[in-house]
Design a protein around this ligand. Structure first.
Ligand code: NAG
Ligand code: NAG
Length: 228
């Protein structure tokens, strides 16, 4: 049969240098090589399966997406990414309330984008994020963060921050301190804020900074900050 021969040829011709392992090795975390970038998409897995899948990928991973991480897992464990290098991480649909301080250590050092969406985070996981010098995009949409504390994002160079749909009731005075120079886009829609405290976005000490020009798009609750 031609198609069997074709399949056999395909197997034989599997390039020895392929960075993705053969699909049967990780059926719930398929890996794709697309345009020179590696994409790993895990579905309905536990944390050790994600680690096991990453360990089989040879080369840096451009994007790791995890859908439906085991619902009973409350804390993302230390070394979640193992030694794998991951540039963009998305975990959606989980029971995560917090992240171990070392959960993104190691392979996460090159993370540029982190999305922890549709989980149960009760605060900004600042300790885990603190070790990510390249992080520019943070998405915490649809969690259970009620309070933004002062210096929650300090030390990060975020350009884009999404806090939509958390039920945020309180924004501390210096909640966004440290982001004055970098933040361009902030989405705080669908929270419990009757009035967004714009002073929280202003530089803590504005004497040496140019004031960011604030543009509000009240219709959808998205606010954009532009440096002028
Ligand atoms: C993770 O899932 C795999 C496959 O279902 C299972 O064999 C393993 O025991 C699970 N590990 C943990 C820590 O739950
Ligand atoms: C990561 O690398 C270290 C040092 O090379 C090694 O000892 C450790 O076992 C590795 N961890 C995993 C999960 O592969």
């Amino acid at each position: 049969m031609w198609y069997l021969r074709a399949a056999a040829l395909l197997c034989l011709s599997w390039p020895a240098t392929a960075a993705c392992p053969p699909p049967q090795r990780q059926p719930r975390c398929p890996c794709y090589d697309f345009d020179g970038g590696l994409f790993v998409d895990c579905n309905t897995v536990n944390a050790s399966e994600v680690g096991g899948a990453l360990a089989q990928v040879h080369g840096p991973v451009k994007s790791l997406r995890v859908y439906e991480l085991e619902p009973t897992l409350r804390e993302l464990p230390a070394g979640f990414l193992g030694n794998g290098t991951v540039r963009e991480l998305q975990i959606s649909q989980s029971g995560l309330q917090r992240l171990s301080e070392l959960s993104l250590a190691g392979g996460g050092a090159v993370l540029q984008s982190v999305a922890l969406v549709r989980g149960k985070l009760s605060s900004v996981p600042r300790a885990a994020l603190a070790g990510l010098p390249q992080l520019v995009k943070l998405d915490l949409e649809h969690n259970e963060i009620r309070l933004l504390e002062s210096y929650d994002f300090h030390g990060l160079k975020l350009v884009s921050l999404d806090l939509k749909s958390n039920g945020i009731e309180t924004v501390s005075e210096y909640a966004f301190a440290g982001l004055e120079e970098t933040l361009v886009s902030l989405n705080a829609a669908k929270n419990q804020l009757t009035l967004f405290p714009l002073s929280a976005l202003a530089p803590a000490k504005s004497t040496h900074h140019t004031e960011p020009r604030l543009e509000s798009h009240r219709q959808d609750g998205t606010r954009r900050l532009q440096q002028v």
